[in-house]
Design a protein around this ligand. Sequence first.
Ligand code: G6P
Length: 373
Amino acid sequence: SAAEKGGYPSFMLKEIADQPKAVADTLLGRIGGEEGELRLDEVRIAPSVLREVDKVVVIACGTAFHAGMIAKYAIEHWTRLPCETELASEFRYRDPILDQRTLVIAISQSGETMDTLMALRHAREQGAKVLAICNTNGSTIPRESDAVLYTHAGPEVAVASTKAFLTQLVACYLVALYLGQVRGTKWADEIRTVVRQLSEVAGSVQRVLETMEPVRELARSLADQDTVLFLGRHVGYPVALEGALKLKELAYMHAEGFAAGELKHGPIALIEDGLPVVVVVPSPQGRSVLHDKMVSNIQEIRARGARTIVIAEEGDETVVPYADHLILIPATPTLLQPLVATVPLQVFACELATARGNEVDQPRNLAKSVTVE
Ligand code: G6P
């Protein structure tokens, strides 16, 4: 009903708008102990067990898998534990190496995705400990896991996941930092810094939402296109994949995400005059090598006729000459950037789908929760 949609024309638009609150709610009560520590006692795997972990494996499907890809960067950076992220539907068929020292993280909004459930059962049979990151209280995946960290996105109704994704990212960052805290691989002051930055992100997401009118206008102008490509690097790569997935799900368009470094190994052959390419530009601070490589990629595709849609941080002047359309997002630490960079891509896909006359909450052929293998 209209009331359930809170005055928005669709659940998806409401859920996009709910994201600052969803992010804040997922942090609530979990950060900022006396020493600025994380308080994740709810993760019922003993610290002594977490200290013995020698490998992390993240399993998920769909949008949750993209959150898992980003988790890998955070976990390896903050804990120095090797981490791999794998599609749940591929995982158990390759006879993965798992034992008591493996921590498996299963990410699922619904907690009912059959492939993710089967993968976690397989992992537990091999003795691995499983931590679920889930949005649905009491659902099957958390019930069958050793521990759960709930995301507090609230019910997500639209089939295409938005607020659940942002809260999955928050939960992944919390788990990564918590592992660093418990294992003593990260200093308290670094954890404190990131925790503070995380608590500022909800405000940044709100600011992005307030500046989306030009993105909607751009989306409407692309309603007759057949293809949109997305490029990213580092954590911007899963963001590009997520942007492409949203466009497939909602606009039924051919959309593909690529790691920008792979351009010259194939995707650049797709570039032709007027082809829209969305580029997620890494933060210019800190890892400037990454940033500069991306700026050359934008130049390369533009020289071949691409219509560049550039998502970059406010104040990043270097990209201005190469951007046919510039979408500015607030400056955010590199690892946390997906929390803000994904939002314009959600708005873009939702608006484009609407312009093409599609029903955004119930896209054709898709289900909110896939309970078959
Ligand atoms: C379906 C939904 C997606 C979701 C995926 C995984 O494909 O349409 O939005 O990302 O399942 O679902 P889960 O509930 O496990 O996160």
